[in-house]
Design a protein around this ligand. Structure first.
Ligand code: DC
Length: 228
């Protein structure tokens, strides 16, 4: 089997990462969550006070970005977590505060440039599944397999609501739905690398699919692409 690059793009909260992680584990590939990288930069900017109520202090973020180091670690159960300058920030980057600010931060061209460069290095040896918004269009336009995942916004908000509740947060469904819609809008309308389906991507709408059905669908796509 060829060692390929699998680009998984799509809307927020459509289960991309769950599917991608499951496949990576089964086939021994490295999973890279690029959304976590944008979330880590957002957390950094929040902590440094660069995100104000009505503006982002772009100059300060641009100046400090070279010293923002993002990597991934694995706990005893094999679960991946995100490391920001040596600190495990996995829990914090998934909360509502970071979720509410990550789209404008990820729309900044200099942030995208820095993350894209890091992602290309991470994926340079192949045998990776990279999940994000612009992997098949910008980061790895030559990826052997491109998947574009989507589901209805209400179903995605419900999934995100359940995820936050499980983590002990007390989300309000309407707010989660609003956040999902706002992120869709900003992600699809930004000037640099907007979220869009690559022409050669295979589309998966998993609104009404079980985990087993989508895992099997994805495995079939992988087997086909890696055999070619
Ligand atoms: O996948 P996620 O919801 O954790 O992503 C968080 C945000 O980061 C989302 O609003 C879109 C942005 N993002 C991006 O612009 N490009 C990527 N490759 C991955 C995520």
């Amino acid at each position: 089997m060829k060692k390929i690059i699998i680009a998984m793009d799509g809307h927020s909260s459509c289960g991309k990462s769950t599917m991608a992680k499951a496949l990576a584990k089964k086939i021994g590939y490295t999973y890279i969550d690029t959304g976590a990288m944008y979330r880590a930069v957002t957390l950094y900017a929040l902590r440094r006070g660069f995100i104000k109520a009505d503006a982002i202090d772009e100059e300060s973020l641009r100046r400090e970005l070279p010293s923002v180091e993002i990597s991934f670690g694995h706990d005893a159960e094999g679960c991946q977590y995100t490391i920001l300058n040596g600190e495990n920030v996995e829990r914090e980057i998934r909360g509502m505060e970071v979720s509410g600010k990550v789209s404008p931060i990820s729309a900044l061209p200099f942030v995208r440039e820095a993350m894209t460069a890091q992602q290309r290095v991470m994926g340079s040896r192949g045998a990776i599944i990279m999940d994000g918004r612009d992997i098949g269009t910008t980061v790895f336009p030559n990826a052997e397999l491109k998947i574009f995942v989507t589901a209805s916004d209400e179903i995605r908000a419900r999934r995100r609501f359940d995820e936050l509740t499980l983590k002990g947060e007390s989300p309000v469904y309407e707010e989660v739905l609003k956040n999902v819609r706002e992120r869709d809008y900003i992600d699809s309308h930004r000037a640099v690398s907007p979220l869009r389906q690559a022409q050669d991507a295979v589309v998966l709408d998993n609104s009404h699919m079980t985990f087993e059905e989508q895992d099997k669908w994805l495995m079939d796509q992988y087997l086909k692409a890696a055999a070619e």
